[in-house]
Design a protein around this ligand. Structure first.
Ligand code: ZN
Length: 134
């Protein structure tokens, strides 16, 4: 069901500075940036092999990333796993008794269909399931 680690989401307070750090320190290339209004974030993608670093900056003090940084500081916020079908993955999670943040998929950056599992069900790790059109 899970194909790979699609990306690792990192909450940052200044996207441009964070992008520069990953470029300068690790030599990664910026693949693009995007605003996702539904999630109140501005996102930058930096591919690494066949996965990506996803840097997330909040566009609103009310957004989930702003709240995350307020509670825990900047840092790794979620890990996203690529699945073939998000609907069937969510069905499977429900059957397995995993608490879901998203009962239904929503749209994330890059037009991907995404859904989050509740960290209370996953040892404190915010897991994102992600289905991409290819
Ligand atoms: Zn993500």
């Amino acid at each position: 069901m899970v194909r790979k680690v699609d990306h690792i989401g990192i909450a940052v307070s200044n996207l441009d500075e964070a992008v520069k750090l990953y470029q300068d320190v690790l030599g990664l290339e910026l693949h693009g940036t995007e605003v996702v209004p539904e999630q109140k974030v501005r996102v930058a993608f930096l591919p690494v092999g066949d996965t990506e670093i996803e840097l997330l900056e909040s566009t609103s003090p009310e957004g989930p990333i702003a709240k995350f940084i307020e509670a825990k500081g900047q840092g790794v916020q979620h890990i996203a796993f690529k699945v073939d079908s998000i609907e069937s993955a969510l069905e499977e999670m429900k059957i397995k008794g995993i608490r879901l943040i998203d009962e239904k998929p929503r749209y994330g950056a890059g037009g991907a269909k995404i859904a989050f599992l509740h960290p209370k069900s996953t040892n404190g790790v915010l897991i994102e399931l992600c289905e991409r059109m290819e």
